[in-house]
Design a protein around this ligand. Structure first.
Ligand code: KIV
Length: 279
């Protein structure tokens, strides 16, 4: 049996069974070494399409392609051993039809080895969720603030500001759960709305900018590590990576300029042997 075959990862069924019990810990990951570090601490590693903004410097997730998701998904699968790996379906890869969604989701699963995909599941997408699940593709839904819809919404604004918006988001959640999603990311909604959704649906909710009552939480790893000057209100910084990188790069630059790097310990002090020298 190959090493990959012997790896025992957390499954969609394990996550679904966590409704109302031990909170689900999730973070995003886009590369192998980071996935290897996070794996020990997380139940779910999401290869989010936030990779477009966090790693590739795009202004939104709209420009992310299937090929980008597959490349980053493969890297995360090489680093993770235990956590469930979920890969985001990027904008334009699933909305057109259920058949388009199945072709792209199955490609992502085959080429990355990830166990599930995530889609931003507005009410319209419920039939797509059901189509995928019936055909063997575990689906994580994503409702509330849907970043791929930024151009319709006119920005990244939290939801639940009007009775209509409140009802719409609740409907998205119920439709996604009913369609068979094994868990639902609830992003950027009023706390009471997140509480109501969590009580209303039978599958775990994973909050981001939502509520501590959700069945789990997710953050973008680089946000919580403090890599950026600006982060959304809902992010708590658990590290100060930007300062760490700044300080290290500044010391390195100074030592290169003063020729104190490389020093004795970082060079090879090899002497060529004379021809015929057998010692
Ligand atoms: O792409 C992403 O990172 C996400 C999370 C914010 C949930 O969808």
């Amino acid at each position: 049996m190959s090493k990959q075959t012997r790896i025992k990862r957390i499954t969609a069924a394990d996550i679904a069974a966590r409704k109302g019990s031990e909170p689900i810990v999730a973070l995003t990951a886009y590369d192998a070494p980071t996935a290897e570090i996070l794996d020990e601490h997380c139940d779910v590693l999401l290869v989010g399409d936030s990779v477009g903004m966090v790693v590739h410097g795009l202004p939104s997730t709209v420009g992310v392609t299937i090929e980008m998701m597959i490349l980053h998904g493969q890297a995360v699968m090489r680093g993770a051993r235990k956590a469930m790996v979920v890969v985001d379906m990027p904008f334009g890869s699933y909305e057109e039809s259920r058949e388009q969604a199945f072709a792209n989701a199955s490609r992502i699963m085959k080429e990355t080895g990830a166990q599930a995909i995530k889609i931003e599941s507005g009410t319209y997408a419920a039939e797509t969720v059901a189509f995928l699940v019936e055909r063997g593709i575990p689906v994580m839904g994503h409702i509330g603030l849907r970043p791929q819809a930024v151009n319709v919404a006119g920005g990244f604004r939290a939801k639940g500001r009007s009775n209509q918006e409140w009802a719409d988001v609740l409907e998205e959640a119920e439709a996604t759960a009913k369609a068979g999603a094994f868990a639902i990311v609830v992003e950027g909604v009023a706390e009471d709305l997140a509480n109501q959704i969590t009580a209303a649906v039978s599958v775990p909710t994973i909050g981001i900018g939502a509520s501590s009552s959700c069945d789990g939480q997710i953050l973008v790893t680089q946000d919580m590590l403090g890599l950026f000057d600006w982060t959304p209100k809902f992010v708590k910084r658990y590290g100060d990576l930007k300062s760490v990188i700044d300080k290290a790069a500044s010391e390195y630059a100074a030592e290169v300029r003063s020729r104190s790097f490389p020093a004795e310990g970082q060079v090879y002090s090899l002497k060529p042997k004379l021809v015929g020298d057998t010692a």
